[in-house]
Design a protein around this ligand. Structure first.
Ligand code: AMP
Ligand code: ZN
Length: 470
């Protein structure tokens, strides 16, 4: 049985991914979603593409993955944005939510099972309940400013994910902002008291009108939908501290169970040595790139083709290389189709091709996986160039196409749907091959007309029928 290993940020070790007992092959996966105060940039999408690769590979290996991704639609940044635009928070975030789903589709990200929103009444109620429990257990306190803070000194495990040394920190400080650095470890806000800049944004709570902190939002949405213990939790490395550290503290103090079994974090997408970030102004959104004539598939390739923990610098040359690689894959795929023709029996493909999936078992080693893919492409192209001796047979080509279909399930880099042949056309093509084999020429012509009526052109070559978009 295939075994998938991943590097767990918590232990810093490669670990075998094992579902919990009695869970069969089920794994829960929580992925921190976008803060919808702007269009997500492709740095954010590096994280989401990595998570998509993880999910798809786990599914290829027979796991059932339950994935939840939250939408952060109330926090310091969204409130600031709505205030600056002079519109209601919901009106401000709505177009960014819609754009996020459009972009996700263009990048071929599998949809999550649920996309909880922080402003949802049921989620807010859960956040308030969790804060109440933390207060009762002495892990939280109400400060003079009317806000509720998590008392980090009350949780000895604080710092275990990011390896923060609390000994040398003055933990009596407090921080209201959602983001702060390791040098300023401090009690963080769970519930922020309403201030005039919040305008109409606010909910009633036992501690007065206010709004949740970013960290409690994720804790509540994650455990609310996936249970007290989650198998895998992902994000970019910038999420490790303070966000994920705070999530652990909150959940483990409320529930007393380990919050997450495996933590996985991707490295940042960089631009000329700096993290691509909205605040740095060095970012591209997907729509910027689509406007320049790049496709979602090309951007996906550029983001997926470097190991998730490796440095990836964003350049237009990188996108150009993605375009070239995809062109080679498309031409090869077409050639395999020509060679396979109407052959339906598949010769089991070369066992070396299983190396593609074995490489991904090794902490998603995409470089080795792509090496197998391109080596297979080179070798089979060479054999399609040969004369009779050693030439790739139709059954071998069909075997490779079947393997490629599994690769597509994981990489999702197949040509645009408009170019891939729909099943009803495939069926007609097979029926036409049978008619031709039986020398039923009239029937063959009729089927060709039916195929044409569906918008596809069929050409007879010495290697069989060739199908293209009409
Ligand atoms: P945010 O919308 O800022 O909460 O970020 C959403 C996700 O994108 C988080 O998982 C971040 O860690 C991730 N992220 C942000 N910037 C980058 C970047 N330049 N490269 C990779 N991931 C990023
Ligand atoms: Zn989160």
């Amino acid at each position: 049985m295939a075994t998938v290993q991943i590097l767990n940020t918590l232990t810093k070790e490669l670990e075998l991914l094992k579902p919990r007992e009695d869970e069969g092959k089920k794994l829960s996966l929580y992925t921190c979603g976008p803060t919808v105060y702007a269009y997500a940039h492709i740095g954010n999408f590096r994280a989401y593409v990595f998570e998509d690769l993880l999910q798809r590979h786990l599914q290829e290996r027979g796991f059932t993955v339950r994935r939840v991704m939250n939408l952060t639609d109330v926090d310091d940044k969204t409130i600031r944005g709505a205030h600056a635009a002079g519109i209601a928070l919901g009106d401000f975030t709505r177009p960014f939510k819609e754009a996020f789903f459009e972009d996700s589709k263009a990048l071929r990200l599998l949809p999550a099972e649920a996309y909880p929103e922080a402003t949802d009444a049921a989620q807010i109620a859960r956040m308030i309940a969790m804060i109440g429990t933390l207060m009762e257990k002495g892990h939280a306190y109400l400060a003079e400013d009317g806000s509720v803070y998590f008392r980090i000194a009350s949780f000895p495990g604080y710092g275990k994910l990011a390896r923060v040394d609390l000994e040398n920190q003055r933990s009596s400080q407090r921080v209201a902002s959602d983001e702060y650095d390791k040098e300023a470890v401090a009690d963080f806000a769970l519930w922020k008291a309403w201030v005039p800049e919040d305008g109409a944004v606010g909910w009633e709570s036992p501690w007065g009108r206010g709004r949740p902190g970013w960290h409690i939002e994720c804790s509540a949405m994650a455990t609310g939908l996936l249970g007290e213990t989650i198998d895998i939790h992902c994000g970019g490395v910038d999420n490790i501290f303070p966000h994920h550290e705070a999530e652990i503290a909150q959940c483990e103090c409320v529930g007393a169970k380990p919050f997450v079994r495996y933590w996985m974090h991707c490295a940042h997408l960089m631009v000329e040595g700096s993290k691509m970030a909205k605040s740095a102004g060095n970012f591209f959104t997907l729509r910027d790139l689509l406007d320049k004539g790049w496709t979602g598939r090309e951007v996906r390739y550029a983001l997926i083709s470097v190991h998730y923990r490796g440095a990836l610098n964003f350049t237009m040359e990188g996108l150009g290389a993605a375009r070239t690689a995809l062109g080679r894959l498309d031409a090869w795929r077409e050639r395999l189709h020509e060679t396979a023709g109407s052959e339906t029996a598949a010769e089991t493909s070369d066992p070396a091709t299983e190396g593609f999936f074995a490489a991904l078992d090794d902490d998603l080693n995409i470089s080795s996986a792509l090496a197998v893919l391109f080596e297979t492409l080179r070798e089979s192209n060479r054999r399609m160039d040969l004369g009779d001796e050693g030439k790739l047979s139709p059954a071998q080509a069909r075997g490779l196409l079947n393997w490629l279909a599994r690769v597509d399930g994981v990489l999702a880099l197949e040509p645009e749907a408009s170019q891939s042949i729909p099943p009803e056309v495939e069926e007609l093509v097979a029926a036409r091959a049978a008619a031709r084999a039986a020398k039923e020429w009239k029937k063959s012509d009729e089927i060709r007309d039916q195929i044409a009526a569906l918008g596809w052109l069929v050409k007879d070559t010495k290697d069989g029928q060739r199908i293209s978009k009409n």
